[in-house]
Design a protein around this ligand. Sequence first.
Ligand code: B16
Ligand code: MG
Length: 221
Amino acid sequence: MTKKGFLFDLDGVIVDTAKYHFLAWQRLASSLGISFTEAQNEELKGVSRVRSLEKILEWGNKTLTPEEFAQCMEQKNRDYLHYVYQMEASEILPDVPRVLAYLQQQQQAIALGSASKNARIILDRVQLTDQFHAIIDGTNVTKAKPDPEVFLIGAQQLGIPPADCIVFEDSVAGIQAANLAGMISIGIGDHAILHEATHVFQDFTGITNTFLDQLLHAAAV
Ligand code: B16
Ligand code: MG
């Protein structure tokens, strides 16, 4: 059996921080006189912080000076971190600990591949940092998903060829990034949205140890 590399996205895969992003963006948008809905928040999943603010300003038809833009970014992150610092291990999404434990038991290589610059803080809060052999986050990448950079750096740091890597992702851009990296992509969420993925599951409860065994024994993509 070849050793495989398993790359996990963070928000929407390991924990649901989208609800905290929503509260923080909504507060900021409202301070700018812009309305911001949950449907719009969906469109920000997997999108960088800078691009998220740009999109909100586009929706609200508003422009800011570079100084104001920087202040808004800071304000949003301060609000967001307020929620993050209250996170606990109980917020890890169902069956993620079982899948991580099984992969560790099978001596597989495991990495995080997230767009978030707060990824390390979040992993610490939910006590998962020691489960990852490499952590690639928004501070390590220059190109946002769907660019494959985040996952290619992850594979490199794990020392596993991309063709032997498997990515768990909840965003369309993340699935596209995994596919462009030449990896197996596993969508977590709605099949209608994530249809470009190699496999799609609603959540990790459907990812059985038998399915993981199949991935472990599959030939490289
Ligand atoms: P931050 P992921 C992404 O995390 C979120 O889905 C996205 O909504 C957020 O804007 C982005 O991280 C940046 O986060 O403001 O913490 O740097 O899904 O790539 O783990
Ligand atoms: Mg995500």
